[in-house]
Every structure is written in C-alpha cells, then in structure tokens.
Design a protein. Structure first.
Length: 136
C-alpha cells in the first residue's frame, strides 16, 4: 500500500477537529474598573474569565498575587483591596493570557489547563500540544 504525499495530507486534515480551520480574531473587552474608597471594583471580571475559558478563582488568585493584595468575588465582579487603575488590570490580564491561555506552539487561545499529580499543563485543543506551566 503506497500513498503519495497529497493523499496522506488529505487524510491527516480529515482527522483534525473543525476548530483548527476557523481563524477568528481573539479579542478581549476593555477592563472596566472604578476606585471606591480603599477598594478597586473590577466590573466585567466574569465576562473576561468566560471569554478566556478560565475559572474565575484561578484568574482572581493570579491577579491578587501579582498585585500583592486581597481579592474577592461578588457575583460577576471582583473587588480588590487597594487602589489600582485600569491600566494595571489590562497589563495583568494580557500577561495572564500570554502565560496561561495562548498556546506557545500554534499561538491559538483554544486551550485548557490540566493538572496531573502536582504538575500543570496547558493543553491546546486546536493543535494538541502539551506545555508545562507554573501553577496559576
């Protein structure tokens, strides 16, 4: 059974999931936050977590650790102790996306975080790559 390159390529493409062929632009909405006294309220926190396809607790934990403050969830918004401007949230969300969402191989945002034993892996649902990551 001898196959030429074109036939093998068609066979491989037929076995890939359809999401691989869709190229839509990955865009996050601008963060909306306000300072209320000694607290900062991040209004569209849940919306951003849903777009990233990440658990709100892990994103909240990442932001709180990076800003060295306490953070809590209140329905769809996050509340942080301290005064932080919108640019801080924008920068940290961008860093979270680069570290824990975007696949380092194919640069697509279609990924999930999988924990095996004590190790965390970023598993890409588009290309199937597995990359080790630090705990978020």
């Amino acid at each position: 059974m001898e196959l030429n390159y074109e036939e093998m390529l068609k066979r491989v493409y037929s076995q890939l999931p359809p999401e691989v062929f869709k190229h839509k632009r990955f865009e996050l909405p601008r963060t909306r936050s306000t300072i209320a006294g000694a607290r900062t309220i991040f209004f569209n926190f849940k919306e951003i977590c849903d777009i990233l396809n990440r658990n709100t607790n892990s994103v909240l934990k990442f932001l709180a650790r990076e800003m060295a403050t306490a953070g809590t969830m209140d329905r769809t918004r996050a509340i942080f102790q301290g005064r932080f401007n919108t640019d801080t949230f924008e920068r940290l969300i961008k860093r979270y996306v680069e570290e824990f969402v975007i696949c380092p191989i194919c640069k697509r945002p279609d990924s999930k975080i999988v924990k095996e034993n004590r190790l965390y892996f970023l598993v890409c649902e588009a290309c199937g790559a597995r990359s080790s990551i630090r705990p978020s």
